[in-house]
Design a protein. Sequence first.
Length: 523
Amino acid sequence: MPVQPILIAGDWRSANASGTFKATNPATTQPLPDEYPISTWADCDAALAAASLAAAKLRNTPAESIAKFLEAYAARIEACSGDIVTMANLETGLPRSPRLSDAELPRTTNQLRQAAAAAREGSWKRATIDTKANIRSYLAPLGPVAVFGPNNFPLAFNSIAGGDFASAIAAGCPVIAKAHSSHPGTTRLLAALALAAMEAAGLPPSSVQMIYRTSHADGERLAGDPRLGGIGYTGGRTAGLTLKKAADAVGKPIYLELSSVNPVVILPGALRERADKVAEEFTGSCLMGAGQFCTNPGIVFLIAGSETERFLGLIRDRFAAAPVGTLLAESVLKSLETSVMTLRKAGAQVLVGGATGGGAGHSHSNTLLKVSGRQFLEAPEAMQTEAFGNVSLVVVVDDAEQLAQALDHLEGNLTGCFYTHTGGEDDAVYDRLAPRMRPHVGRLLNDKMPTGVAVSPAMNHGGPFPATGHPGFTAVGIPASMTRFGALECFDNVRPGRLPVELRDKNPTGKMWRLVDGAWTQS
């Protein structure tokens, strides 16, 4: 079977390859037939050169054209949804329904359309005008953006269709998409649709490019190339920090989503009131998608007592009875095995599971581990080892004071959650503990598991390090996620005709919010 081509400068071409690879069906552990190239630096260099030319053209491309591209792309994805879902299912083992066809694909097209609306309206640029001093500034496109997508969301976080892609393109930045090796065929299908939509909208041909895989060295070289404006990355901590080092060396922003254990605190009043309901929600959140969500609740804190002992029995039984899901790849399984071993060596006791297998293909038994509050405080770093998959650690503390101490030792996380009594029995303890958790999480939830990430303008899918590389930005939530790919440009005493249209006296859309002489206005 021929090796699949890469997308460079508007053309499908043969890669300058150092080798090839195949994706694997994780449910069968068998390789899929298509063969994909491992690009050498020559392909990266060609993509960077083409993206640099596209960046200059996109800067002067009307926002309306970019919006039309995003909308047309979303429509094409919907029209080809059957093929896309079939391929994604084969490459990831994620169920066609409800996961891929009913949830992730609609989320993907929704993100593209939200990005189109934001690009068209323009307020994301934060245009600021001081008429007295005649100084004006706004966020302009950052330049070419490389997007590294993760393995666990083949559509909604795909490097050529997901949130980082949509945000970068909507901000006027050409994208070099680096496909994830777990789902190259899905990415290829999406790239073909993006190219067709791009041509129809009249965007520069190098606005969207795609390679499948590089060596680690060439990936670092790509991240450190000064022709890039910035990078969006979702994935493991080690690889992300390696890319960050390369980007930092040339002063390029890199927006990382790395690792998170997403602590959940369940207070005694909540257990007395609705232990069965909380157990059902917790189990569902932990095991959904075999636990392969960056917001999966990987650690839960409970205060010792009879309610806690009953709750442990409830979740132990549910974990044992629940079907064992398929993991995304053999590498995910190996990483999960290593994480469980690390937790056990640190003193964690297995309540249920703890062994490899039990499901189709690459799988690991649904696993609950337990430590005391004292054990957690003795080794807080080891106890916060991310177990990416269907594994969670229960920490049973002696009292609220020990729980407060544990919360002080949390690393940065995407989310943190408190379950409390609806009638107010836990309010005093909550008021004491929530401020201890708040600095360690990007999104704080009450009485709701953290797994879902709504595509809302108010959403923060970010958090303190090591959840992300910078606590001031979000990977989900348009238009906020678009500001990552903007560069602040200032115009001092520049003649009106030479100003970008967003900074002239007349509002170019009539809807864009601008800060004029200290007041937000659409006039």
